[in-house]
Design a binder for this molecule. Structure first.
Ligand code: ADP
Ligand code: ZN
Length: 630
C-alpha cells in the first residue's frame, strides 16, 4: 500500500514506512518504539549506531503531522548531524527543516514562518536555540506533536560526550510537554547510569525503555596488546593493505582513531610517508581543514582518515571496512560507538583496538583536564576500567559488549568472528605475556629478580658513585630517569644511567636491597639512609652532598618504608575486594605521600594531595588505622 493523498484518513506508520521511506518492514525495536510513541507514551530508544534510530521518530513525526497534530521538534547536538537528516528527509518528500546559527536570517525567518503555520513535519534545533526566548514564544503559539532528543546521552555527565547545554532541554520543552506531547530520547550509549540520568534530566514520564540488540554481526573485533606506536602503525598498515587501502580511489574506507591531536598528526604523517592517501581530522584544525578532510574521505580521495574522537558523531559512511584505534579510548561506550562506524553497509568489517598500559595513563590524564569533580573523575576512571577489562577479556568480544550494554543476563552467544572466538590460544598467550610484564612492574611483592649479570650492573653503578645516594635515586638513575634528585646527585653522567631501563623501579630497589643484604653494598648515613659499596672509602668528610641538605626530607631515601609496604598491601587487597584496579583505589603518588606524612587524623588526611573528601570518607578510617600502627 502507498500513501494515498486523496483519502481523508491519515496514513498509518506502516504506510509511511513503505510509502515515504521505501522500507518494507520495521526492525523489531523500531516497531516497538513507533507503537509506544504513537500511543502517546514517553520512550527511550537505546540502539547501537547503525541500528536505525532515526526512523523511530521520523515515522511517528510524519504520521502525526499528516494527521494535523503539528510538527515534531528534534533536539540535536550538531549542525552537521541535523543537516544530514534534513537533507535525507527532504529527498523523501518529508517537510523537514532546521534552525541554527549557520543559516542566514532570511532562511531562519522562512523556517520559523513554516513552523508557526504548521507547514513542517520535523524541525531540528540545537538545545541553545530551543532555550532562546524568541523560540520559546513561538512554542507557546504552535502545537507540537512530539519532542525528540537525539544523542540523549549528552545530557549525562556519565556519558562520554556530556554537553552542559543539554541540561536546559527539559525546561525548554516544558510548554510543549504541558500540552501533552510525548518525548522520545535516543542514544547509542546505554549503560545503566546514563539511562537513569537521562530519564531524570530530560524529565521523561514513566518511559518505556527499549534496548536494542547490541550485536553487530558483520563486525569482527580484535584487541592487540602493543606498547609502541611504531609497532601499532606497522600493524595498521598491514590491515590497510589487506583492504587495498594503500592507494587513492579505493572503494573502501578506514578510520584510525588516535588519542591526541599530536598522535593524529604523527600517524597521518607516517602513513603518508608509506604511501597511504590519508587525511587528518581533529578539533585543533580550522573548520575548512576539517571539512576538507571529511570531504576527501567521503569522496575517496583520501580513503583513510586519522582522527581524534572529534570525528564521528553523525558520520554515515557506509563502506568503512576497518576502524583501528591506535590508542585506546576512554571508555567502552566510546569504543563501541567509534568502532561501530565500521560496516554500516552490513558488509564484513573489522575493528581493531591497540592497547597498552600507556593508553590508560593517557586517558587518565585526559580525564583530569578541565574542571571535573572527584565524583565525575571516579566515574570516568571506572568507565575506563571497563575498557581495560574488555582489553583483557577472554570472552567473545561481542558477548562482552552486549553484556555490558544490555545487562549481564542478556541473551547472546559467541560471535565466531572476534579474535577470542577464532584464536583463543593467541589471545591467551598475549594476555599472559602482558601479565608477566605487569607483575614485573607492580608492587614490591611482585618484582622480577635481576639475573646475576644485571646485579653486577647495579653494583658497578654503586662503585661509580662519587657519593652515597638513596636507593630509590640509584634505581631511578639505572632506569634512565632524569628526575630532579637524579640530576642533583650528578647521576645523569653515571655510565650505568639508563642501563637497566627495562626493569621497574621496584625491581631495581629490590635488587639494591638484595645487594645490601648480601653485604656487597652497605648503608651509609643514619638519618637519611643511602647506599655505598662495601669496603670503599667515602671521599670527604660528609656522606651526603651539601646541597642535598636543602631538599625536602621526606623525599629522601624513599624506597619502600614499612608503612609504604603496608599501604601497598592494603591497596592490593582493597582493589581485589572492590574489583577495582589498584590505581583506582589510590594512585601511587598519593600512597607515597601518605607513607611520607603518616597522617594521624582525618583532617591531615584531607590535606594529602590526591585524597579528596570522597576517598577520605571511604578509606579514611582504614588508612588511619594503618598509619597509627607505624
Ligand atoms: P542510527 O541513527 O541508529 O545510527 P540510522 O537511522 O542512520 O541509524 O540507520 C542506519 C541505516 O539503517 C540507514 O542506512 C537506514 O536507512 C537503515 N535502516 C533503518 N531502518 C531500516 C529498516 N526498517 N529497513 C531497512 N533499512 C533500515
Ligand atoms: Zn566472538
Amino acid at each position: 500500500m502507498s500513501v494515498d493523498v486523496t483519502t481523508p484518513l491519515p496514513p498509518t506508520p506502516d504506510e509511511v514506512l513503505r510509502g515515504v521511506f521505501g522500507f518494507s518492514a520495521f526492525r523489531p525495536l523500531q516497531r516497538a518504539a513507533v507503537d509506544h510513541c504513537c500511543a502517546g507514551r514517553d520512550v527511550v530508544v537505546l540502539m547501537p549506531t547503525g541500528g536505525g534510530k532515526s526512523l523511530c521518530f521520523q515515522v511517528p513525526a510524519v504520521v502525526a503531522a499528516r494527521a494535523g497534530r503539528g510538527p515534531t521538534v528534534v533536539i540535536s547536538p550538531l549542525i552537521s548531524l541535523m543537516k544530514d537528516q534534513v537533507d535525507a528527509l527532504l529527498g523523501k518528500g518529508v517537510r523537514a527543516a532546521m534552525l541554527n546559527s549557520s543559516m542566514d536570517e532570511l532562511e531562519q525567518m522562512r523556517v520559523e514562518a513554516n513552523f508557526l503555520t504548521q507547514r513542517l513535519d520535523l524541525l531540528y534545533l540545537s538545545p541553545e536555540r530551543l532555550a532562546a526566548p524568541s523560540f520559546q514564544r513561538m512554542l507557546q503559539k504552535t502545537p507540537v506533536a512530539l519532542a525528540v532528543v537525539d544523542e540523549a546521552h549528552c545530557v549525562s555527565q556519565w556519558g562520554h560526550d556530556f554537553r552542559p547545554e543539554y541540561l536546559t532541554i527539559a525546561n525548554g520543552l516544558h510548554a510543549v510537554r504541558e500540552r501533552g506531547a510525548p518525548m522520545m530520547a535516543l542514544t547509542a550509549s546505554a549503560t545503566h547510569d546514563v539511562v537513569t540520568d537521562l530519564v531524570q534530566r530530560l524529565r521523561l514520564r514513566a518511559p518505556t525503555v527499549l534496548r536494542g540488540g547490541f550485536e553487530r554481526p558483520n563486525l569482527s573485533f580484535q584487541v592487540l596488546h602493543r606498547s609502541k606506536d611504531a609497532e601499532r602503525l606497522e600493524h595498521a598498515l598491514t590491515v590497510l593493505e589487506r583492504w587495498g587501502l594503500r592507494g587513492a580511489h579505493s572503494p573502501h574506507r578506514a578510520i584510525l582513531y588516535a588519542a591526541t591531536r599530536q598522535k593524529v598528526e604523527d600517524a597521518a604523517e607516517h602513513l603518508s610517508s608509506r604511501g597511504v592517501a590519508v587525511g587528518a581530522y581533529h578539533a585543533g584544525l580550522s573548520d575548512a581543514a576539517r571539512e576538507r578532510a571529511q570531504r576527501d574521505f567521503a569522496l575517496g580521495r583520501r580513503p583513510v582518515l586519522v582522527a581524534t574522537n572529534a570525528f564521528g558523531m553523525g558520520v554515515d559512511q557506509p563502506n568503512v571496512r576497518a576502524v583501528i584505534h591506535l590508542q585506546a579510548p576512554g571508555s567502552l561506550e566510546a569504543y563501541y560507538q567509534e568502532a561501530g562506524r565500521a560496516g554500516r553497509d552490513g558488509e564484513p568489517a573489522e575493528c581493531l583496538l591497540f592497547y597498552g598500559p600507556g593508553d590508560v595513563r593517557t586517558q587518565q590524564a585526559l580525564h583530569r583536564k578541565g574542571k571535573v569533580t572527584r565524583n565525575q573523575l571516579d566515574h570516568k576512571d571506572a568507565s575506563l576500567q571497563v575498557l581495560v577489562d574488555y582489553a583483557h577479556a577472554q570472552d567473545c568480544r561481542q558477548v562482552f559488549m552486549v553484556r555490558h550494554f544490555a545487562g549481564a543476563d542478556a541473551f547472546t552467544s559467541p560471535c565466531g568472528r572476534c579474535d577470542v572466538c577464532t584464536r583463543p590460544h593467541d589471545v591467551r598467550a598475549m594476555l599472559e605475556e602482558g601479565e608477566a610484564r605487569k607483575r614485573a612492574k607492580a608492587s614490591p611483592a611482585n618484582v622480577t629478580p635481576l639475573p646475576d649479570q644485571e646485579l653486577a650492573v647495579v653494583l658497578g653503578a654503586a662503585h661509580a658513585l662519587r657519593k652515597p645516594v638513596g636507593k630509590l635515586t640509584l634505581a631511578k638513575a639505572l632506569r634512565g630517569s632524569n628526575a630532579a634528585d637524579v640530576r642533583r646527585k650528578g647521576l645523569l653522567k653515571l655510565p650505568q644511567h639508563g642501563a637497566l631501563a627495562h626493569h621497574s623501579e621496584d625491581s631495581l630497589v629490590v635488587a639494591i636491597e638484595r645487594l645490601l643484604a648480601s653485604g656487597k653494598l652497605v648503608r651509609k648515613g643514619v638519618k637519611y639512609p643511602t647506599v655505598w659499596p662495601a669496603n670503599k672509602a667515602v671521599r670527604g668528610a660528609r656522606e651526603d652532598s651539601p646541597d642535598a641538605d636543602t631538599t625536602p626530607r621526606r623525599r629522601r631515601g624513599r624506597g619502600v618504608s614499612p608503612l609504604h609496604a603496608t599501604l601497598l598491601r592494603w591497596r592490593q587487597q582493597t582493589a581485589r575486594r572492590l574489583k577495582w584496579k589498584p590505581y583506582m583505589v589510590m594512585p601511587n603518588a598519593t600512597l607515597q605521600a601518605i607513607a611520607d606524612e603518616k597522617p594521624q587524623s582525618l583532617e591531615t588526611l584531607l590535606c594529602i594531595r590526591g585524597l579528596g573528601p570522597a576517598r577520605v570518607e571511604r578509606f579514611g578510617e582504614e588508612l588511619l588505622r594503618l598509619t597509627r600502627g607505624h
